[in-house]
Design a protein. Structure first.
Lengths: 295, 326
């Protein structure tokens, strides 16, 4: 386990809030996109892109990189924000989101944007594709590289999959989960953005998934449960998952859909609805106020 | 016969077993080949691949979507994966083929085994006669349907040596070693004139049906009707140039496919002819698009769906009459 300084945690928390601001701007400008699930994933993305992942924006296909599969593809506005800030493409390009011929497609497209590892949108593919990638790492001669992550980790490429909780309704997810356990893929880590709400309502109403930790553990995974907006807990959980070698790991991050804007939190209507001008102005004000606490 | 039977490769003519051997051969040449099985390898012939390359067979169980998605992940890491299940179960993973594989142009080589009628008595759930309607409309996907073991082996090699998604639609049953001619080489996007007695009528075939077409053509010759057979193992891309050449020389055509008569070869031919305003009568041999393939011995199914060589002869005569009346 590594020590994570207060300064680091504040910095990553501030970045997460910045991703929320960019997401809001992108979705408002294009009048299209998914805010609720993007806001809930912001701290997870900040912790990964700015600390934990061994990646190189100038070498998106670097063989020894960590792979991040953003399986909950509809929330890609947050992913794109994280990638832009990390240097995969100019921040100005974020405003091309969902426009014709944009590299920032409505759901992530690896053929258009280097750095995207999987085409996600039809939910559920990410774990299964991640199994294939992690299995390939095991079958090959993956060796630790001299170049380490900002965190100082030095290990051969690991595979991370960010999943939504509505997404785990899909059987294909559990096909991948079973296969990962069968092949003892300790180099595979799933992060479940567990915000409790899906497009048409609360998960408890649409398709209940509790007891969620028990489910993953009974499928043979190492499971941790954390507060998904607490950057310190996210970083600790990622470190702990790195230490699990003989089983795949899941981090169940309890989050809030629409986190950061009072009238968007816990509300399934903000799954995929763009804000009008009044809502945009109010939301932006709240997010900018929230950003100030980290600076 | 034992479940994981390894037949003598010099003796067996079953395409499924020859495929297992052919893929095993290729894997000695290309060490990045891996095969994936969804609990069917003792039927599809992949158990033969496993015999020679046990570390290169990934078993995902009865999980066809996972089969394709795991293959997608492997392909992104430089492996050449051959996920294999029944052609019928392409119905289960179509989204993963359409998006995860083909949209991203991944280097995944899918084998659809037990294609069409020639499978046994499983019935509709396990038989495939509609799937070309979708497969032929998946962008970036190359679709090959070999009719003999030579074509099958050549197709697999082309798949290994060509970047991009491939789909091989193969049968379970016995086929000839070579339905074409000495020195034949399958090419993507190219058909071949396999039999040319003359230009009374043209047969357009793909896959297994080259065999039936040749038997029917021999029977028609005895009636004084001269047949040209063009064989198209490459369904996507499809060789329209060869089709137009045939259309310029024959008065009418019959298509023969191990599939229903809509959405597959018949539709490819119809679209191509209509696009140029070529108004030949075209008869269709294949199953009924409004029905399922029911359980039965394959001989009974061929009789039921009018796909025997005698049915082809009758269809040819009927189509010629249609031409004469027009």
């Amino acid at each position: 386990m590594h020590y994570h300084s207060e300064a680091l945690i504040r910095d990553l928390s501030g970045k997460a809030q910045q991703f929320r601001i960019e997401t809001l701007r992108m979705v408002y400008a294009g009048q299209t996109g998914h805010i609720g699930g993007a806001f809930s994933a912001a701290e997870i993305l900040a912790a990964l892109f700015f600390h934990h992942l061994r990646i190189d924006p100038d070498r998106p296909h670097w063989p020894e990189r960590d792979r991040l599969l953003f399986s909950k593809g509809h929330a890609c506005a947050a992913l794109y924000s994280a990638m832009a800030y990390r240097g995969f493409f100019p921040v100005e390009e974020l405003m091309t989101f969902r426009k014709l011929d944009s590299r920032l497609q409505g759901h992530p497209d690896p053929s258009k944007l280097p750095g995207i590892e999987v085409c996600s949108g039809p939910l559920g593919h990410g774990v299964a594709v991640g199994v294939g990638m992690a299995l390939a790492q095991r079958m090959g001669d993956a060796k630790p590289s001299a170049q380490s992550a900002p965190s100082g980790r030095a290990s051969a490429g690991r595979t991370y999959v960010i999943l939504g909780d509505g997404e785990i309704n899909a059987g294909i997810v559990w096909e991948g989960v079973m296969a990962a356990a069968k092949y003892r893929l300790g180099n595979l880590c799933a992060i479940l953005d567990y915000n409790g709400i899906q497009q048409t309502g609360a998960m408890a109403d649409v398709m209940p998934t509790e007891p969620i930790v028990d489910k993953w553990e009974s499928f043979g995974w190492h499971a941790q449960e954390i507060h998904g907006h607490n950057v310190g807990e996210i970083l600790n959980a990622l470190d702990r998952a790195d230490e699990v070698h003989a089983r795949p790991s899941v981090i169940i991050a309890r989050t809030t859909k629409g986190k950061g804007v009072s009238f968007m939190e816990y509300d399934n209507r903000w799954h995929g609805m763009p804000p009008n001008q009044e809502q945009f102005t109010a939301a932006l004000a709240e997010l900018e106020e929230g950003l100030r606490q980290w600076h | 016969m034992a479940q994981f039977y390894l037949p003598d490769r010099k003796v067996t003519k079953e395409m499924r077993y020859q495929l297992g051997y052919a893929l095993a051969d290729l894997a000695y040449e290309y060490d990045k080949i891996v095969a994936l099985d969804a609990d069917l390898r003792s039927s599809t012939g992949l158990h033969i691949f496993e015999h020679y390359h046990p570390a290169k067979l990934v078993k995902v169980g009865i999980a066809e979507q996972n089969l394709i998605a795991v293959a997608a992940g492997l392909s992104q890491e430089g492996y050449i994966p051959f996920p294999c299940t029944f052609d019928a179960f392409s119905r289960r993973y179509m989204d993963h083929l359409y998006i995860t594989v083909a949209y991203s142009r991944l280097n995944v080589k899918i084998i659809g085994a037990y294609a069409g009628l020639f499978t046994g008595k499983s019935g509709a759930t396990h038989q495939s006669d509609k799937e070309l309607g979708f497969l032929l409309r998946v962008p970036n996907l190359t679709v090959i349907e070999p009719g003999c073991n030579l074509e099958m082996a050549q197709a697999l090699r082309i798949g290994v040596e060509t970047q991009g998604p491939f789909y091989f639609r193969v049968v379970r049953c016995e086929v000839e070693d070579n339905e074409l001619f000495d020195g034949y080489q399958l090419k993507v996007g190219k058909g071949v004139t396999a039999y040319d007695e003359g230009t009374d009528i043209g047969f357009v075939t793909t896959g297994y049906m080259i065999k039936t077409a040749k038997i029917a053509a021999d029977k028609l010759r005895k009636q004084g009707i001269r047949v040209r057979i063009d064989h198209h193992p490459s369904l996507k891309p499809f060789d329209r140039d060869l089709l137009y050449d045939m259309a310029s020389k024959v008065s009418c055509m019959v298509t023969l496919e191990n599939h229903c008569i809509s959405g597959g070869l018949y539709s490819l031919v119809a679209e191509a002819l209509v696009a140029r305003g070529i108004g030949l009568p075209v008869g269709a041999i294949g199953t009924d698009p409004d029905d399922y393939i029911h359980t039965g011995h394959v001989d009974d199914l061929l009789w039921r769906y009018k796909m025997t060589s005698d049915d082809v002869v009758a269809k040819a005569v009927e189509t010629l009459k249609l031409k004469a009346a027009s």
